[in-house]
Design a protein around this ligand. Structure first.
Ligand code: NJP
Length: 247
């Protein structure tokens, strides 16, 4: 059931996070939005409230543990508890390794990997104590298949597959009933390509997205489906993409 669940969403200022916040709120969830662009978060929260939903927001840089802790605290102080966290913040500045864009490599590790660890560290004590909770994360088809240009991005998303599965297994063994769902999207039309600084890689990826990209609403539907399952059921993985995209 989604109604009245308190759901934290990272990377909520655009794309998949924004679409998911709006869909969950329309189904009665209380959403807590985090990202760095405050103007966008405020606009999205205002739109949700104007449509009769409940939303609060806070500036969040997922690379900072204290900022993740603060968003969890905002959820608790506003809505009294936390039921789910959607770890969705991420960036994809793809490039060939020989371009040596080492700053981009490190930013991807900081946001796509450490950002997820920070978010889990912030909610895990609550989920363990209440013996329930749902951790949902956006990986990528790049976390399932290798492709040139995506060595570091794919690595960060591949990491999620292992991490989320072990989180689920340990929780089942410890009897804390934490559900996990990892989503592996293919081409989805968002602002993601704006993080690519390598010209050739950008034009190649732009061509793929122009040809195949689907709406982020499709991913939002999958998140809603996962949350809507009965508490005794976890759907661990979803691969979702354009029907026309061959890989
Ligand atoms: O892209 P975009 P998506 N701290 O750029 C936030 C994965 N994915 O919706 O901080 C906190 O519209 C950023 O907010 P801001 C992808 O890897 C996508 O596509 O204000 N937040 C924004 O809200 C990613 O994990 C596709 O700049 C930070 C959000 O992240 C997820 O989907 C395919 C942050 C990015 O929104 C959502 O990306 C695939 C930080 N330090 C996987 N840095 C696809 N679109 O095709 C960034 O396989 N954000």
């Amino acid at each position: 059931m989604i109604e009245d669940k308190v759901v934290i969403i990272t990377g909520a200022s655009s794309g998949i996070g924004e679409a998911t916040a709006k869909l969950l709120a329309s189904k009665g969830a209380h959403v807590v939005l985090g990202a760095r662009r405050e103007d966008k978060l405020k606009r999205i929260a205002d739109e949700i409230e104007q449509d009769g939903g409940r939303a609060v927001w806070q500036a969040l840089d997922v690379t900072q543990q204290s900022a993740n802790d603060n968003v969890v605290e905002l959820a608790r102080s506003t809505f009294g508890r936390v039921d789910a966290i959607f770890l969705n913040a991420g960036l994809m500045p793809n490039s060939p390794l020989s371009a040596l864009k080492t700053d981009d490599w490190h930013r991807m590790v900081d946001v796509n990997v450490k950002g997820v660890l920070n978010g889990v560290a912030a909610v895990l004590p609550i989920f363990v104590k209440q013996k329930s909770g749902h951790v949902i994360a956006t990986s990528s088809v790049a976390g399932l298949k290798a492709y040139p240009g995506g060595a570091v991005y794919g690595g960060t998303k591949w990491f999620l597959r292992d991490f989320m599965e072990v989180l689920r297994m340990e929780s089942a063994m410890e009897g804390t009933n934490i559900r996990t769902a990892t989503i592996y999207p293919a081409a989805v039309n968002t602002e993601l390509l704006a993080t690519i600084s390598q010209k050739e890689t950008l034009s190649q990826m732009q061509g793929i997205y122009d040809m195949y990209g689907i709406s982020p609403d499709r991913i939002a539907s999958v998140v809603a489906f996962a949350i809507d399952q009965p508490e005794d059921t976890t759907i661990n993985e979803f691969t979702v993409g354009p029907a026309s995209q061959p890989w």
